[in-house]
Ligand binder design. Structure first.
Ligand SMILES: *Cc1c(COP(=O)(O)O)cnc(C)c1O
Length: 365
């Protein structure tokens, strides 16, 4: 893919950038450039370009605004102590976007072109990758958001004949403001996120749109996040709105819900490998809400945590529902030791402080 680059003449000045990178927050500041490539059935992918970051002008009849035909990805670039910049398993994001795109009847962007696009934007905007090695800098990174959408101007219902793929980037600090404090969960018994044959396994905005009212309910009940059960029986734990779940057992085994209707996280899959290496038996299987409740009561479940690119690994505390409360396995103030060990092992690889024994890191700069 041939990429043309138009440098920004309104790039954020160094001094202001230093202020942003000191306290990046999440998803509020954007880098100086963006990547765009377009597609039609006749031309395939064409006109790949990096241009100054800025608003899009869309016709009000642009298909995505009406029928939500879109997919997206979430990944990060990390700066190592020697100044080099790396992404984490970018081919896994590329492959997942291919799977999501199949489900949403969008065209396939070849995995190598996806990685090339992300690399090109990170290279152009490399000064936006925060330095995480300074003492007290915390876990900062450059969050990358590739996305693809139906950009044809047409109100008929059929797969779009014009599609746009873009990559934008945003410096990120810790995702949850409270740091590594356990998140409290609201168990929604009214709403489900995905059903058999639906799009639960695709990373698409519609899944998030459908999760918001349940998330609102969670906040209304004083909880941080919502957790969904399977749509068929309302019995098996699926995932949070945007994070997968893990249950640590007293015998050292760790269990994560089996896939099918959940979104298969790259963090989830990396933890399967990492935890195995750390000596845990890892099981991918169904886990019912009763098993969770009883496991906490009996002590068989010793830790619960959630995982995803944005927040990496975050301990789960109490679980609230209409039928009562399941207390936190580890108290309200801290997570457990297995959660902390797995989290540390993962971020140490991402920030280049531990050997990349799985070959997950991809050098960009
Ligand atoms: C993106 C996402 C996750 C986490 O996936 P990662 O690849 O680990 O970031 C989990 N659940 C949903 C619904 C998601 O969209």
């Amino acid at each position: 893919m041939q990429i043309s680059t138009t440098p920004s003449d309104a790039a954020v000045p160094d001094e202001r950038l230093a202020g942003i990178l000191a306290e990046p927050g999440f998803g509020t500041h954007f880098t100086d450039h963006m990547f765009t490539v377009e597609w039609t059935p006749e031309k395939g992918w064409y006109d790949a370009r990096i241009t100054p970051y800025g608003p899009l002008t869309l016709d009000p009849a642009t298909a995505v605004l009406h029928y939500a035909q879109e997919t997206f990805e979430g990944m990060k670039a990390y700066r190592h102590a020697d100044g080099s910049v790396w992404t984490f398993r970018p081919e896994a994001n590329a492959d997942r976007m291919v799977r999501s795109s199949h489900r949403l009847a969008l065209p396939v962007l070849p995995a190598d072109e996806f990685v090339q696009a992300v690399d090109a934007l990170v290279q152009v905007d490399q000064r936006w990758v925060p330095d995480a090695s300074a003492p007290g800098a915390g876990e900062k990174s450059l969050y990358l958001r590739p996305f693809m959408f139906a950009s044809e101007v047409f109100l008929g219902v059929r797969p779009s004949q014009h599609v746009t793929f873009m990559v934008i980037a945003s410096p990120a600090g810790s995702y949850f403001k409270g740091g590594a404090k356990p998140v409290s969960l609201w168990l929604t018994e009214e709403y489900s996120r995905a059903g058999r044959g639906g799009m639960g396994a695709a990373k698409t905005g519609g899944n998030y749109a459908s999760s918001l009212v349940a998330q609102q309910e969670a906040i209304g009940h004083g909880c941080d996040q919502v957790v969904f059960l399977d749509a068929e029986e309302g019995r098996y734990v699926e995932e949070l709105g945007g994070m997968n779940m893990y249950f640590v057992h007293q015998d050292g085994s760790i269990v994560t819900p089996a896939t099918g209707t959940i979104l298969e996280g790259i963090t989830r899959s990396s933890i399967i490998d990492l935890a195995g290496k750390l000596g845990h038996r890892v099981e991918e299987r169904r886990i019912s809400i009763d098993e969770w409740r009883d496991g906490i009561a009996s002590g068989a479940i010793t830790e619960v945590f959630a995982c995803g690119t944005a927040a990496v690994v975050t301990p789960v505390g109490r679980l609230l529902s209409r039928s009562g409360e399941v207390p936190s396995a580890t108290g309200d103030d801290e997570g457990g030791p297995v959660t902390a060990t797995i989290r540390q092992a993962l971020v140490d690889i991402q920030y280049g402080r531990a050997d990349d024994t799985f070959g997950w890191m991809h050098r960009v700069v």
